[in-house]
Design a protein around this ligand. Structure first.
Ligand code: SF4
Length: 342
């Protein structure tokens, strides 16, 4: 059993079946999520017999870091992990001033098929378990701890559609949030979805403190459908209705992601349509110049067009930030993760 798949009560149950006192569960939990141990031998506060049993019964090695690449400015690191069944996933660390933001994956590949995204271009292989999602963060937490630093933000924008693997993503979120372990504030955790409407509704009803981002990328259905097949299932009206419901139920601001593609969705017309659609909604638009991928010929916007886009939106009363592209020289930017060796 991969140890990161277990939550605290499950560790307790396992210990009881082994005839161990249940208080040991918290010691194991804290070893994993406060000290970031990654082998049974590091739990020096546990008896040797229990450490041996853990080594035999609880795997620490379901996710091996096999390679990493640093961007030329040294601010971005992409790590390739090999899973127990030889599938590969990627996780990215971005350093901005004092921030240490992780972009994590929830699936091997992705079924959503967004045309501009390298993960979408590879198709869907399988869901990650909650433990495989958690282990990506613990790996970087350990690495940063060795530098006297810590993970400050987590964004679920790596490989996969998190709402297509809802239960495991939320189980991982709960494990990060657990106050006796990693104690990571839900408000520093952002989940990004292409807009699976039933899951947005479920998420709204659960009233989690986690931030929600929607990959929107187009302000009319024809254009969005040409980029994102999911729009056939849930069109923009349905999606924005679910977003309004989310804001009403939670009182939380929603973020819309927009990859600016030259001459496609960075036009004044798209900006005006978007402004009209989002007017009055508690939201923010994160626009990011498109990152190149092999399977898509669209080009990134220009600086001037991006500024114009932002101006039009802001005139319509919709706040917009143009984000800086990060790590594109190592294919670690948004939409560039492809889970293959590099
Ligand atoms: S952008 Fe996200 S949802 Fe779309 S194909 Fe890529 S990983 Fe999947």
């Amino acid at each position: 059993m991969f140890i990161y798949n277990l939550d605290l009560p499950e560790i307790e149950k396992t210990l009881i079946t082994w005839g161990e006192p249940s208080y040991r569960a918290l010691q194991i939990w804290q070893g994993l999520y406060q000290n970031f141990h990654n082998s049974a031998s590091q739990f020096s506060n546990l008896p040797k017999s229990l450490r041996e049993k853990m080594t035999l019964e609880l795997g620490f090695s379901g996710m091996e870091p096999v390679r990493f690449l640093d961007s030329s400015d040294g601010q971005t690191r992409k790590t390739l992990f090999k899973l127990h069944d030889d599938h590969l996933v990627e996780t990215v660390l971005m350093r901005y001033n004092k921030r240490r933001t992780l972009c994590i994956s929830t699936q091997v590949g992705c079924a959503m098929g967004c045309v501009f995204c390298a993960t979408g271009q590879m198709g869907f292989k399988r869901n990650l378990t909650s433990g495989e999602i958690v282990a990506q963060v613990m790996y970087y937490a350990r690495l940063l701890q060795a530098e006297g630093q810590a993970v400050t933000n987590i964004v679920v924008m790596g490989m996969g559609e998190p709402f297509h693997n809802y239960d495991n993503t939320m189980a991982a979120s709960d494990r990060f949030n657990n106050s006796e372990g990693f104690n990571f504030g839900a408000r520093r955790f952002t989940i990004s979805t292409v807009g699976l409407v039933p899951m947005i509704k479920r998420f709204s009803n659960e009233k989690r403190q986690v931030n929600l981002a929607i990959s929107l990328h187009a302000a009319d259905d024809d254009l969005r459908l040409s980029m994102m097949p999911v729009n056939k299932r849930y069109n923009i009206d349905e999606l924005l209705d679910a977003c309004r419901e989310y804001v009403e139920k939670t009182g939380r601001r929603i973020t819309f992601e927009w990859a600016l593609i030259n001459g496609v969705n960075d036009t004044p017309e798209q900006a005006r349509k978007l402004g009209m659609r989002l007017k009055g909604l508690l939201c923010h638009v994160n626009a990011i110049p498109l990152n190149p991928t092999k399977g898509y010929e669209g080009k990134s916007t220009t600086h001037e067009r991006a500024i114009k886009f932002k101006e039009i939106l802001e005139k319509a009363g919709v706040p917009c930030t143009i984000r800086i592209r990060r790590g594109i020289d190592i294919q670690a930017g948004c939409g560039q993760l492809a889970g293959r060796s590099f």
